[in-house]
Design a protein around this ligand. Structure first.
Ligand code: PRP
Ligand code: ZN
Length: 297
C-alpha cells in the first residue's frame, strides 16, 4: 500500500457516535477482526485489511498523509478539513453510509438575549469547526468572533468563554442538559466512507474498490426483502402496482400451467402483513418473504 505496507488500513472513530455502527458495517461487508491488546488496532483475519481506531478529527489527516487508505467519518469533519486545508489534496467521499445523522448547529443559552442570527453580530461563538462556522457567517454576512475549542464546547457559554456555540446536535440531549437551544442549522451531516487522495499501487486500488463494492452491497441489502409468489397471469398488473418494489419484478412461466406465473420482486422493508393479505386477495399463492443479507450490483 503506501510506505511499503502490504495490508490496507481503514481508520474508524475509536469511541463516539460512529464507532459501533462503523465496525458493524465492516463486519457486514465480510471483514472479521481480532483486537490488539491496546485495542487501538483491529487485525483483519480473512483479508489483508486492518482497522485503526482513532479520534474522528484525526481521520482526514491520516488519509491525506497516506497512513490509511480508507476511513469512516462524519461529512462535517471532512468538510471542515477541506475548507481549512485550502488547495491541499483532500480525501474524497466515496459513499454516504446512512448512519450518524446529525447537524452542525448554532445554539444559544435559554432565556438569553440572542433571538435571531443577526443578534450574533459582534459576539463570540465557540466551536470545534472554525472553518465551517466562518464560512457560514460569511455567507450570512454576520461579523462575529470564532473561538476554537476542541472539546466540551457546550459549557463555553456558562464559563463566559463565548456567547453562543456551534456544535454537532444529534438527539439534542447535550444542548438540553446545558440549557441551550438551537438558533440555526449550519449543515446536515452523516457518516461517509472516504478514501486517501494519495496514489496507491494496483493491489491496494483493487482492494479499495472491492471493499467499496461490498460496503455498498451491505448498505443496499439492508432492509431489502425478496418476495416470491405464484399468481394468475391476469393478476400481475394489480400485484405489481401494490408492491413497495425497488425494480420491475421477474416473471417466470410455469410448466403445464399457461395461465399462471411465478414472480420474484425485490421490495423494501415496508413490505408487511397487510401487503401479503392483499396479495392473497388478488389471487397470489405460496407467498414467501425472505430477508436479503447482501447484494452485489
Ligand atoms: C457530538 C457533540 C455533542 C454530542 C451531541 O459529539 O459534540 O457532544 O455529539 O449529541 P446529542 O445531541 O445526541 O446529545 P461527538 O459524538 O461527535 O464526539 P466528538 O465531538 O468528541 O467527536
Ligand atoms: Zn470529534
Amino acid at each position: 500500500m503506501n510506505d511499503g505496507r502490504d495490508r490496507l488500513r481503514i481508520a474508524v472513530q475509536k469511541s463516539g457516535r460512529l464507532s459501533e455502527a462503523s465496525l458493524d458495517l465492516l463486519r457486514r461487508a465480510g471483514l472479521a477482526f481480532r483486537a490488539s491488546r491496546d485495542k487501538l488496532f483491529l487485525y483483519g483475519e480473512n483479508l489483508p485489511v486492518d482497522v485503526l481506531l482513532v479520534r474522528d478529527d484525526d481521520i482526514p489527516g491520516l488519509l491525506v498523509e497516506g497512513s490509511c487508505e480508507l476511513g469512516i467519518v462524519g461529512r462535517n469533519v471532512l468538510d471542515e478539513q477541506r475548507l481549512a486545508g485550502g488547495a491541499a489534496p483532500a480525501p474524497a467521499a466515496l459513499i454516504d453510509l446512512g448512519f450518524g445523522h446529525c447537524r452542525l448547529a448554532l445554539a444559544v443559552p435559554d432565556g438569553g438575549p440572542i433571538g435571531t442570527i443577526a443578534d450574533l453580530a459582534g459576539l463570540r461563538i465557540a466551536t470545534s469547526y472554525p472553518a465551517l462556522l466562518a464560512d457560514w457567517l460569511r455567507a450570512q454576512r454576520i461579523d462575529a468572533e470564532v473561538v476554537l475549542l476542541n472539546g466540551s464546547v457546550e459549557i463555553a457559554p456558562r464559563l463566559g468563554k463565548a456567547h453562543a456555540i456551534c456544535d454537532l446536535v444529534s438527539s439534542g440531549a447535550t444542548l438540553a442538559a446545558n440549557q441551550l437551544h438551537e438558533l440555526a442549522t449550519v449543515m446536515h451531516s452523516e457518516a461517509v466512507l472516504v478514501a486517501s487522495p494519495r496514489p496507491r499501487g494496483a493491489a491496494a486500488s483493487q482492494l479499495v474498490e472491492r471493499l467499496g463494492a461490498r460496503i455498498a452491497g451491505a448498505l443496499s441489502g439492508a432492509g431489502a426483502r425478496l418476495l416470491m409468489l405464484q399468481a394468475p397471469r391476469t393478476a400481475l398488473p394489480a400485484i405489481t402496482r401494490l408492491l413497495p418494489s425497488r425494480e420491475a419484478p421477474s416473471v417466470l412461466g410455469l410448466d403445464g400451467r399457461p395461465d399462471d406465473v411465478a414472480m420474484q420482486a425485490l421490495c423494501n422493508a415496508s413490505l408487511d402483513w397487510q401487503h401479503l393479505e392483499e396479495l392473497k386477495r388478488l389471487g397470489a399463492r405460496g407467498v414467501m418473504v425472505l430477508n436479503v443479507e447482501r447484494m452485489l450490483a
